[in-house]
Ligand binder design. Structure first.
Ligand SMILES: Cc1cc2nc3c(=O)[nH]c(=O)nc-3n(C[C@H](O)[C@H](O)[C@H](O)COP(=O)(O)OP(=O)(O)OC[C@H]3O[C@@H](n4cnc5c(N)ncnc54)[C@H](O)[C@@H]3O)c2cc1C
Length: 255
C-alpha cells in the first residue's frame, strides 16, 4: 500500500513544535458526563500510524485545537485505539470545567480540523523479568491502561487501580482471568484522589516481588503513590514508570 506523505502545517500560535500534521474529526460520541470519544482521520493520520512508535500502547500526541479567540492551544492526549486499514485513531477526552481542549471537545463536530504532533515518548514497555503488572491511574490514564491491558501477555497477572470521581465513570476494560480491575470513587470512597489510592493500596499483597508499575494521573496523586510504593513495598525505582498527566490548578502543565 502507498503511504501518503505527511503534510506540514504551521497554524496560528503553534510555534516551534516540529512537524505538525492535520487531522479531521470523523466521529464524536459522548460516553458519559465526563468523557467524549473522538475519532480522527485524514491522510496525515494514516501516514502517522505507520510510524512504528505510534503503535506502542500508551503512545501520546500533542493535539492542537483552535480557540474561540482565533488562537490555538496544544495538550497531550493518548491514542486510545487506532485502525491501520481505516487510517483513524481514537482519543478519549476527560471533560472538566475550564480547560480549552475540554471545551473544544464538548463542541467538536464531524469535519472539524485540528493539528497534532508526535509520536511522543512514553509508550509502555514491559520489563523482561516482570512477574506481575500494577497499573495505576485516573480517568485521563484510562486510554493508556486499556491499551496496555490489550497488549500484555495473557499469563501475566495484572492489577489495575483506577480512581474516578463517580461510579458512573466506570467502563468496560479488557476482561480476562489474568486482569483484576479495582475501581475507586474519589467522591464516594475517600476525601480525595490520594486518599482513594491509599485505600486501594491497602488491598495489595505485602510483597510485590518482581512487579512492574505503570502509573499516570494528577500530580499530587502520582507523587504520593510513587513514594508509597518505594517506601512501603521497597520497589526499585527502575520498576516504577510514572508520569504526571495534569496538575490541579495549573493550565497546560508540563513536567
Ligand atoms: C502523556 C499524557 C497523556 C494524556 N492523555 C490524556 C487522555 O488520553 N485523555 C485526557 O482526557 N487527558 C489526557 N491527558 C491529560 C490532559 O493533557 C490534561 O488534562 C490537559 O490539561 C487538559 O487540557 P485542557 O485544555 O482541557 O485544560 P488546561 O487548560 O490544561 O487546564 C485548565 C484547568 O483544568 C484543570 N484540569 C486539567 N485537566 C483536568 C482533568 N483531567 N480533570 C480536572 N481538572 C483538570 C487544570 O488543573 C487547570 O486548572 C494526558 C496528559 C499527558 C501528559
Amino acid at each position: 500500500m502507498m503511504v501518503p506523505a505527511l503534510t506540514v502545517v504551521q497554524g496560528p500560535g503553534v510555534g516551534n513544535m516540529g512537524l505538525q500534521m492535520s487531522a479531521i474529526v470523523s466521529a464524536c460520541v459522548k460516553l458519559n458526563a465526563k468523557r467524549i470519544r473522538i475519532t480522527f482521520s485524514g491522510a496525515d493520520v494514516a501516514a502517522f500510524l505507520r510510524i512504528g512508535a505510534a503503535q506502542r500502547p500508551g503512545n501520546w500526541i500533542k493535539l492542537f485545537v483552535p480557540t474561540p479567540a482565533g488562537g490555538c492551544v496544544g495538550r497531550a492526549y493518548t491514542l486510545r485505539t487506532f485502525d491501520l486499514d481505516e487510517g483513524t485513531f481514537v482519543v478519549d477526552f476527560v471533560i472538566h470545567k475550564t480547560g480549552a481542549v475540554s471545551l473544544w471537545a464538548q463542541a467538536a463536530k464531524v469535519g472539524d480540523a485540528v493539528t497534532f504532533a508526535g509520536p511522543r515518548d512514553g509508550g509502555f514497555n514491559l520489563l523482561p523479568d516482570a512477574k506481575r503488572l500494577l497499573l495505576i491511574g485516573d480517568s485521563t490514564a484510562l486510554s493508556a491502561i486499556q491499551a496496555i491491558l490489550t497488549h500484555v501477555p495473557s499469563d501475566l497477572p495484572v492489577e489495575a487501580l483506577i480512581v474516578v470521581e463517580h461510579p458512573a465513570e466506570h467502563e468496560t476494560l479488557v476482561a480476562a482471568p489474568h486482569v483484576r480491575v479495582n475501581w475507586i470513587s474519589s467522591a464516594e470512597d475517600a476525601p480525595n484522589e490520594s486518599g482513594a489510592l491509599e485505600i486501594a493500596f491497602n488491598n495489595l499483597p505485602a510483597s510485590l516481588g518482581h512487579c512492574q508499575v505503570w502509573m499516570a494521573g494528577e500530580s499530587r496523586t502520582v507523587v504520593a503513590a510513587r513514594k508509597l510504593l518505594s517506601e512501603r513495598w521497597t520497589l526499585e525505582e527502575a520498576r516504577i514508570h510514572s508520569k504526571i498527566y495534569w496538575k490541579r490548578g495549573t493550565s497546560h502543565f508540563r513536567t
